[in-house]
Design a protein around this ligand. Structure first.
Ligand SMILES: [Fe+2]
Ligand SMILES: [Fe+2]
Length: 341
């Protein structure tokens, strides 16, 4: 089953770019923004709490004999490999984000120190899980994935390390980008936890989803605060319209986002979940138009279905069986797709 997904219009792009250029010309848009506003006390408290709670995801109490015995399907292994690759490359995103004015903000740097630690452990936990199931990472995987990054990722890296040096208002873009990526990670882990037959995998995925919601909360509140300024809104709207892609595109194996979409989001519940994420992002100042999660995941699903029709057919069949088996899981509050915001 596929849905109709729209595309970004040229008119939208023109309007956004015009707003951006107008804002750049505005002489009042100096770099006088102060991040230590009245909200800072609340945010400082949140940061303290985040740092206090930060830890590596627990895996020692998982039943590893059960994990080896039950294993995962080939499709699940492919999805988990994609997720592990993305998690393991968080350090690269950290390099990009800690550039220019963004690195000068103590709230952000404290968060990032814990964030990259937690994400790296997500990658390690997934690698350990896949190894136990007979799908260990190939040697030199990290370097291989890094060398496979496409021109778009390199362009984005160039822009995200260069533009933030020009204005502190670019930080709002980093924060909004992070908010939607964390939102999608939390959602995908929860959806896969619902789907899989391996109950220990569900346990691990739900733990990681909880971490992702904490990350989402930080990014989202930072974005909300920083998007108050019109230049921040203009830069962010342009970046999100022109450059944003769902988390992992360009890092994880090609087409796997479409496979994840076909398995987890290509039905009524999945589309509602994408819409929920879009609506949450659209509440941010200047992003009222946001529907990018639905649009981009929709496009990835269509691409996957047209390039891997046999895998797609198998996947639809297994999904039908799973839906019947898992109906009771929906009543478990642990599988609720709750938002941190
Ligand atoms: Fe993560
Ligand atoms: Fe995260």
């Amino acid at each position: 089953m596929t849905a109709h997904y729209g595309a970004r219009s040229d008119t939208d792009l023109t309007v956004t770019l015009r707003t951006f250029l107008t804002a750049l010309r505005d002489k009042d848009l100096s770099d006088k923004i102060t991040f230590h506003t009245e909200d800072s006390s609340k945010m400082a408290f949140d940061i303290e709490r985040f740092v206090d709670l930060s830890k590596a995801v627990e895996t020692s109490d998982l039943d590893w004999d059960y994990i080896k015995r039950v294993g995962v399907t080939k499709v699940e292994a492919r999805i988990l490999r994609y997720m592990a690759d993305v998690e393991s490359h968080t350090i690269i995103y950290l390099r990009d984000i800690l550039s220019g004015h963004t690195a000068g903000d103590p709230e952000i740097t404290q968060f990032m120190a814990c964030w990259v630690y937690e994400e790296t452990h997500h990658g390690r936990a997934l690698d350990r899980f896949l190894t136990a199931c007979g799908y260990p990472p190939e040697s030199g995987r990290y370097t291989k994935v890094l060398s496979n990054m496409g021109w778009q990722e390199h362009l984005e890296a160039f822009l995200t390390t260069s533009l933030p040096k020009l204005t502190p208002h670019f930080a709002a873009t980093h924060m909004s980008w992070g908010a939607v990526d964390e939102m999608m990670a939390a959602s995908a882990y929860t959806m896969l936890a619902y789907y899989t037959k391996n109950e220990e995998l569900s346990k691990l995925l739900l733990r990681m989803a909880k971490d992702e919601r904490r990350h989402q909360s930080f990014y989202y509140h930072q974005a909300e605060k920083r998007l108050a300024h019109p230049l921040a809104q203009a830069i962010c709207a342009t970046a999100m319209r022109v450059f944003w892609n769902p988390v992992g595109v360009g890092v994880g194996e090609e087409n796997t986002l479409g496979l994840i979409g076909a398995l987890l989001y290509d039905d009524e519940r999945g589309r509602e979940e994408l819409g929920r994420m879009d609506r949450l992002m659209a509440k941010l100042p200047g992003l009222g138009w946001f529907q990018r999660a639905s649009v981009e995941v929709g496009k990835a699903i269509e691409m996957f279905r047209s390039t891997e029709p046999d895998v797609a057919r198998e996947l639809d069949k297994s999904k039908g069986d799973t839906d019947r088996l898992r109906a009771d899981r929906l009543r478990n509050p642990e599988f609720a797709l709750t938002s941190a915001n």
